[in-house]
Structure formats: C-alpha cells, structure tokens
Design a protein. Sequence first.
Length: 446
Amino acid sequence: MITRSMVREYLKYIVPTMLTFTLASVYSIVDGVFVGHAVGNAGLAGINVAFPLVALVMAIGTGIGMGGGVISSIAKGAADDAKSRCAVGTTFLMLLVAALPIMAALFLFAEPILTALGGRGETLSQAVSYIAVIAWGVPFQIFVTGCTPLIRNQGKVAYAMVVQVFAGLMNVVLDYVFVILFGWGTAGAALATVLSQVAAFVLVAVFFLLKRNRIAGRDLRIDGGIAAHVLKLGLAPFGLTLLPEATVVAINVNAVAYGGETAVAAYAVIAYTACVIQMLIQGVGDGSQPLISKHYGAGDADGVRRFRNTNYLITISIGVLGLAAMFAFREEIPLLFGATGDAAVLVAWALPIFSIAYIFYGFTHASTSYFYAVDDARASNTIVYGEAVLVVLVVFGLARLAGLDGIWLSVTVVQMILACVAGVLLRRRHCTRVKAAAAKPAFEQS
C-alpha cells in the first residue's frame, strides 16, 4: 500500500481520472436511455451493434496517446527531457495521420461490417443510421482521446477532466434536444456525440496552443524509433479499449442465434451498465499510469510496487461493489433504459450472473495497466489479446452447451482464466527482477 506521503500525489491523478471515466460511461448510458425510450428495443440493439466501431475509433486514439504518454513519463522520470518532448510531438502527429483512413473506412464499409457484427433487419437499419453520422466526427474523436493521456502526463489531470466533463454534459443536453424534442432517433444521438467531440477538440487545441504547453517546432516530427515504441506499447491500451467490444460482438452474434432481437436488446442494457464498472476500473489503471511510469523511470521499485498494490485494492473493491449493485437493482435497471416485456425480464435474470465477472476484471485490468506503465509490452499484450481469443472460444462454446445462460456466464469464465494468467505473469516478473538483482556485483547494489 502507498505511504501517507504518497497519498496526495496518488489522489491527484486517480480521482480526476476515475471521475472522467465514470462520467464518460454515464454519458454513454444517456445515449441508450434516450434512444431506448424514443425508439425502443430496436434502437437499443442498433447502437449496441454499432458501438464496436465507435470503440475502434476510441481505441486507436487511446492506444497511440497512452503509448506516447508512457514513453514521455518514463523519459521524464529518467531526467531525459528531450526524449520526453519528442515523444509528445511524435504522438501528436501520429494521431493526425491515423484519423483520415478510419473515417474513410466507416463511410465506405459501415453496412457490411455492421452486418458481420450481428445487425439484421431494423437493428441493422438503426446501426447504419448511427454510424453514418458518427463517421464525420472520427478525426475529432481520435485527436481528443489520444491527447487526453498526453495532457494527464504533463500533470494537468484536472484540465483533462474538464475537457471530458464539458463534452459529456454537452452530449447529454444535445441528446435530449435531438432525440426527444426533435425525434431524430439514433442519428440524433450520433450527432450529439459528434458535436460534443468537436467542442472537446477545441478545448484540447487551446491547451496545446498556450505558450507553456506548446510543442516546439523541432519536436513536432515523427521520430521513427519512438513511433515504433509508441505502437508497441499502445497495443495493450488499444486492446483494453477495443477488445471489450470483442465480447459485445461475440455475445451479439450468439444472442441473435439463441434469443433473437429480444436477447440483443437485453444485452445492450447489460453492456451499458457493465460499462460503468469497467470504466471505473480503467480509470484507476490509466490514472496511476503517469505515476507508475515516472517512478519506474527514476528506478523507484518500491514506489511502483506500492502504487500497483493500491490499484489492486481499489479495483477489486469496485468489482465487488459493482456486483452487489447490479444484484440489488436488477429489476430497476431495465426500466431505466425503456426495455420492455421479455427483454426486461431477461435483463433482471442475466445481470447478476454476468456481473460476477467484475471481481476478476478488477485484478486482470489493473495488471494490464501496470504492465504497460512499466514498459512490459509482452505481458500486457498477453493478457489483452489472450482475452480476445478466450472470449471467442468460451462464448461460442458455452452458448452451444447452455444457450443464453451459457452466454451470460461466459464473461466470468474468461475473466477467471485471465486472472490466473495475470498472477503467473506477475510472479514471473518478480522472480526475474529478484534474479537480476542477485546477479549484480555488491558494489552495484549499494
């Protein structure tokens, strides 16, 4: 656990980041609430089918931004200010380069992709309407998502929070206007999201235009070595953001097969509520990343260990509380989203079963964040991409064995396996460091 002297620094990073991630999940839920009441089950199912593409955009920005942020923080901890500044400049340009191809791909291939993701009939129509508008906001979404870690790693955690809170509040207001008052349905919800990201883009641009934060011209270039390192480190946060959507896709495909549109609509409600717990846990990991990376760069192994163990305590506690809350409010949650009839009954049954996964999720995802914060891309990628493989195998396997009940239980099985894998990787890293320390000559250890 962290010492009393470390608490203030830890809370400075953790609290605003957790609040930011929590509010982001709440704002995402608001989309579902408005669309569920205005459009019904088909609208809920449509956004759920479309959301993996939205998550892809967010994951690209997050992966590049977190990769650059880790490199910048480690370099700063090692007192290498030139490399730290160059990492920020390289990351900044990589975000700009990534945006246009993704935007073009969504315009050209959205419908066949959404069909492959499980969209059928009215659900597909609603999903296409949503993505047709979201595509216009891709450059702003990637830039804002990717620059947020860079702002946090400069110690401006509060400003990063303000950007996201402002954009989220704007999204809620515009959701009400476009979806409820104007009756624009899923397209209206998408437009609200795009306009809120444009507003966030303006705030981020203002931050980097200020003289004290401005990137010097000599640093505003893509350094090949740093760019490669950014991509390597960014694979884990990219996967951490995107691969929960692998679960969404796998469950949507099987839910259609075993329960039809009713099951897809029920899972949309479950996925929205799960997002709150997942984002809280990710907020702990991403919030502590600048601290862990800086102390790691400075060679403070004890500080790194204390921050990591505190993260475990918090994330596992969040998982336990999340499970308790989902069980307690399993009857009320579907009503919040406007889920009706059989879909509401299915949510009330499935939500507690699905939510057992939160306890293990806290451990596995705090471990992933720790690994990429200390530049251990191999370990973090093993957990993240191992999850993708396990999700496909376990969801499809349990669906065949137990139908819908197998689908709801599958996520917990995946997280239990990953928790064991994370424990092995932590133990292996500890043993490797102990052996390396023992092999040093006595004068180097002193």
